[in-house]
Design a protein around this ligand. Structure first.
Ligand SMILES: Nc1ncnc2c1ncn2[C@@H]1O[C@H](COP(=O)(O)OP(=O)(O)OP(=O)(O)O)[C@@H](O)[C@H]1O
Ligand SMILES: C[C@@](O)(CCO)CC(=O)[O-]
Ligand SMILES: [Mg+2]
Length: 443
């Protein structure tokens, strides 16, 4: 079955604009209240958000059972979901210029392709199911482009969730992110968390806690567990072999210690000042994770101790953060944090996930006495630079200017916000709300 059997492809392509620039560059249409159509229990449009993340320490090692420390970002992915009166399932992904719709009858074919037993005890989306989804969407075998992966991920979660929990009504879904996509800040996990929350709500598997005017609500703990579990399934499709740390931060927010699937929120953490730099060198988490696995298989006695050392760095970092939060020898502990960043960056180069653009970031910030490492999967993408509480604004500005002169994006970030949430439209920043309304509503 191909694309013409139920899907209308309006356009598929890669937008050259980075997500963060959309708000400032785009001419926003006049605000219009989204139409109120029946969805689940309520007659409303819902807006869901999930944050991106920064990994302080433990990327890659966490895939091999080591500890990682990660924290949510104030940059988020937003999903608008509204019922569609026109008996269609619409998917709009404006960041990557994907606008598709399918007839529900055609999607029912997909549900019959999903093995319920496999879905109810999900390990991974198996190859036969993936081939069915790929054929359905008209995506050629072996396609690894952004649009194909994002569409497959949606179709997989849609089919598997409706097969497991109940028919999902006709709906119109739009996902837009202010995160740079494919740059190490957890855009894939935020995408999967938003989709899982929306589709589980639409299927009736979890409630839809309607937020008050100007308010935001969250799901209960059991529901968050379910959202996280399904987001992990989506991450598997995108990453191949994710650890689960990114979707855990997208679901719960805050700062987490993640170890072999065990998620522990860190309560005793200081307010950290972090400069984020996007080298704009594109890379794929899936490819980088697979590269580390190959190295580990080929040279276990050399790579395993490096991963053990990264594990020790995460543990030491957790201890030092708690000491700083208690006000103990703050200066001395900041020096240790800086040393841990330098050592880990060397380790990440050793396991093959560095990049000359990241080396330049580290060298350049070092000239200002600042310490940097890659964050996320590496191979380009983003790096973080630790700022001390007393790092002067002029020093920060000077380093930002120099990094921007290299063509990098650079900004001081706010970390530690909440995880997946449901928003009333009036609780959102005006520009974001307008942007979510601006893309054509379900016709
Ligand atoms: N807003 C979005 N719209 C559509 N697809 C998205 C969106 N955000 C992420 N994706 C999907 O996630 C993929 C990027 O995932 P990838 O894991 O390579 O990078 P990342 O998650 O940004 O970085 P990291 O995994 O290192 O934190 C994209 O190629 C796309 O398929
Ligand atoms: C590289 C990695 O460790 C972090 C990507 O943000 C992969 C993962 O944990 O799934
Ligand atoms: Mg990712």
């Amino acid at each position: 079955m191909g694309l013409t059997d139920g899907a209308t492809c309006v356009s598929i392509g890669r937008s050259s604009e980075v997500a963060r620039n959309i708000l400032s560059h785009r001419k926003l249409a006049a605000a219009s209240e989204p139409s109120r159509i029946h969805f689940g229990m309520a007659n409303k449009t819902f807006i869901i958000s999930a944050p991106g993340k920064v990994i302080l320490h433990g990327e890659h090692a966490v895939v091999h059972g080591k500890v990682a420390l990660a924290v949510s970002l104030n940059l988020k992915t937003y999903l608008r979901i509204q019922p569609c009166s026109d008996q269609k399932v619409q998917l709009n992904l404006p960041n990557i210029n994907v606008h598709l719709n399918w007839k529900p009858a055609a999607l029912q074919f997909l549900q019959s392709a999903i093995d319920v037993a496999d879905v109810l005890n999900p390990k991974t989306a198996n190859q036969i199911q993936m081939d069915q989804l790929r054929l359905f969407a008209g995506i050629p075998e072996g396609s690894t482009d952004t649009a194909s992966i994002s569409i497959l991920c949606f179709l997989y979660l849609y089919s598997a969730i409706s097969t497991s929990y109940g028919q999902i009504p006709s709906l119109d879904i739009l996902v837009w992110s202010e995160l740079p996509i494919g740059a190490g800040l957890g855009s894939s996990a935020a995408y999967c968390v938003c989709l899982a929350a929306a589709l589980l709500s639409a299927s009736g598997a979890i409630t839809c806690p309607v937020p008050q005017e100007k308010d935001t609500t969250r799901w209960n703990e059991d529901e968050l567990e379910l959202i996280n579990k399904w987001a992990f399934q989506g991450e598997k499709l995108i990453h191949g072999n994710p650890s689960g740390v990114d979707n855990a931060v997208g679901t719960w927010g805050g700062m987490l210690r993640y170890h072999a699937g065990k998620i522990v929120p860190l309560s005793s953490v200081p307010t950290l000042r972090i400069l984020l730099t996007n080298t704009k060198v594109s890379r794929s988490t899936k490819v980088l994770v697979a590269g580390v696995k190959d190295k580990l298989n080929k040279l276990p006695s050399i790579i395993k101790p490096v991963l053990d050392s990264i594990d020790a760095i995460s543990c030491e970092c957790e201890r030092v953060l708690a000491a700083i939060a208690s006000g103990i020898a703050v200066d001395e502990h900041y020096r240790i944090l800086e040393e841990l960043i330098d050592i880990n960056q060397h380790h990440l180069n050793v396991i093959g996930v560095g990049h000359p653009s990241l080396d330049r970031l580290c060298q350049l910030t070092a000239t200002y006495g600042l310490h940097s490492k890659l964050t996320g999967a590496g191979g380009g993408g983003c790096g973080l630079t630790l700022l001390r509480p007393d790092t002067s604004p002029s020093m920060v500005e000077a380093s930002k200017r120099t990094l921007k002169d290299l063509g990098y994006d650079c900004w001081e970030t706010v970390i530690g916000g909440s995880g997946v949430s449901l928003h009333s439209p009036s609780s959102l920043h005006k520009d974001i709300f307008q942007l979510l309304c601006d893309v054509k509503n379900c016709q």
